[in-house]
Design a protein. Structure first.
Length: 128
């Protein structure tokens, strides 16, 4: 059962890393001169991004939120499945322990997602 849990965690990490790479690839590396060329014509300041335009930080935050939402939904579904397995186990010790393990791993997944959200928000708030 522990091998299965680690396989699931590694699968989620692989999906997250691929999703992060897909989100990070289309970022255009423009120089400040490229960006400021159009801003000076409109009388704006080049120190701040134009209003309404997403920054890299916003893109990362959106990707993390979507990934956390998907993993959170999966964990809640697994808790429901574990509860259903627990109810229908009929008192068999192997079925009961399997159902309890499913619920436990899903709760651990929710805790990990919550901690990851806290860490990402902390890092994004601290970056200039």
């Amino acid at each position: 059962m522990i091998k299965r849990f680690f396989a699931i965690v590694l699968s989620l990490l692989a999906i997250a890393s691929v999703g992060g790479a897909v989100v990070a690839v289309p970022v255009y590396a423009a120089t400040k001169d490229d960006v400021c060329a159009g801003v000076s014509l409109t009388g704006g300041s080049c120190d701040e991004p134009a209003s309404g335009e997403p920054t890299v930080q916003d893109t990362i935050e959106t990707a993390i939120n979507i990934l956390s939402f998907v993993v959170g939904i999966a964990a809640v579904i697994m808790i429901i499945i574990g509860g259903f397995r627990y109810i229908t186990s009929g008192g068999e010790s192997s079925s009961v322990s399997g159902a309890k393990d499913t619920i436990l791993y899903a709760v651990i997944g929710l805790v990990i997602v919550a901690m990851a959200q806290a860490i990402v928000r902390f890092v994004l708030v601290r970056t200039p």
